[in-house]
Design a protein around this ligand. Structure first.
Ligand SMILES: C[C@H](Nc1nc(-c2c[nH]c3ncc(Cl)cc23)ncc1F)C(=O)NCC(F)(F)F
Length: 296
């Protein structure tokens, strides 16, 4: 709740480097060093940049979201830092030195086997079950938004686009598309801007595809979809072309050496009708069954 919010004093936050730009704003690597002797811990600080899409209120919602999540598979929120004059605020999170799953898989292809990939996938499922239990839809589930905590633990991050589904509905409809990651979007999200736990399941299928492609940038979802659509198609009509090929049952092709059972799991996540897609709990169980069969 609001009262046990851990407050970080801006004067003790020492900027080290920029980690990247997220849905809400930039994330910096800082050392929180109240003793001033460089013994303080590293933290990831997300600076809010209120723009047309996101306001301070939305940001406070993200803060509250993260603060109630006590899940091993969701990046840990540490507290907030009000900047001088309280004009803006920053979200302080744990810093995971291994970085995003894209970075990790690109650089560790040789020592990540099928079992390890399936372990990561089952952890993402568990993190999504946590989110779902609080009626949150992530809306930007992608390998770039998964953090690697260790060689056997990953965590979901970047809730900048996440929304709470209203209690009287099963989906959340956004007003403006913004710069959306449409290649990770379910058809109903592309066509009607409708987001639900089942549209997150579709995106999970795309994350599974990324993992089994070792996040190889030459065969990432955007590249493969644009190859199918045709590079001469530009701008807003891309989403219409993407919706069409999905309607005509085109799907991302099986990654090289991807086990048949894993590819059919992706295909289940990409059922055109969201009611036919599995839920995260059954996905998690299915993945653990495949893990047992995978004698590595
Ligand atoms: C916008 C920020 N971008 C980046 N973050 C980090 C990062 C390393 N270690 C980290 N530890 C805690 C956090 Cl919150 C981020 C990082 N590395 C490269 C980035 F481009 C981000 O949040 N990306 C989502 C996700 F966290 F999943 F990678």
């Amino acid at each position: 709740n609001q009262h046990d919010q851990t407050l970080f004093e801006e004067r003790h936050l020492r900027f080290i480097s920029n980690l990247g730009k997220g849905n809400f704003g930039i994330v910096e690597l800082c050392r929180y060093d109240p003793l001033g002797d460089n013994t303080g811990e590293f933290v990831a600080v997300k600076k809010l940049q209120p723009n047309k899409q996101s306001t301070l209120e939305d940001f406070k919602k993200e803060v509250n979201t993260l603060s109630v999540f006590h899940c091993d598979y969701i990046v840990k929120y540490r507290g907030i830092c009000y900047s001088t004059g309280r004009l803006s605020m920053s979200l302080v999170m744990e810093y995971l030195p291994c970085g995003s799953l894209i970075h990790y898989l690109e650089n560790n292809r040789h020592n990540v086997n099928t079992r390890r990939m399936l372990l990561f996938a089952s952890q993402i499922c568990k993190g999504m079950e946590c989110l779902q239990s609080l009626r949150y839809v992530h809306r930007d589930l992608a390998a770039r938004n998964i953090l690697v905590a260790s060689e056997s633990l990953v965590k979901i991050a970047d809730f900048g686009l996440s929304k709470i589904i209203p209690f009287d509905k099963e989906y959340y409809r956004v007003t403006q598309p913004g710069e959306s990651p449409i290649f990770w979007y379910a058809p109903e999200a592309i066509n009607e801007l409708k987001f639900s736990h089942k549209s997150d399941v579709w995106s999970f299928g795309v994350v599974l595809h990324e993992i089994f492609n070792y996040c190889d940038m030459n065969s990432n979802p955007k590249k493969l979809c644009m190859q199918e659509i045709g590079y001469n198609v530009q701008g807003p009509s891309v989403s219409m072309h993407l919706a069409n090929i999905l309607k005509n049952n085109w799907r991302l092709p099986a990654p090289p050496n991807c086990p048949t059972k894993v590819y059919s799991l992706m295909m289940e996540c990409w059922a055109y009708d969201f009611a036919e897609r599995p839920c995260f709990s059954s996905l998690g169980n299915h993945i653990e069954t495949i893990m047992q069969d995978e004698r590595e």
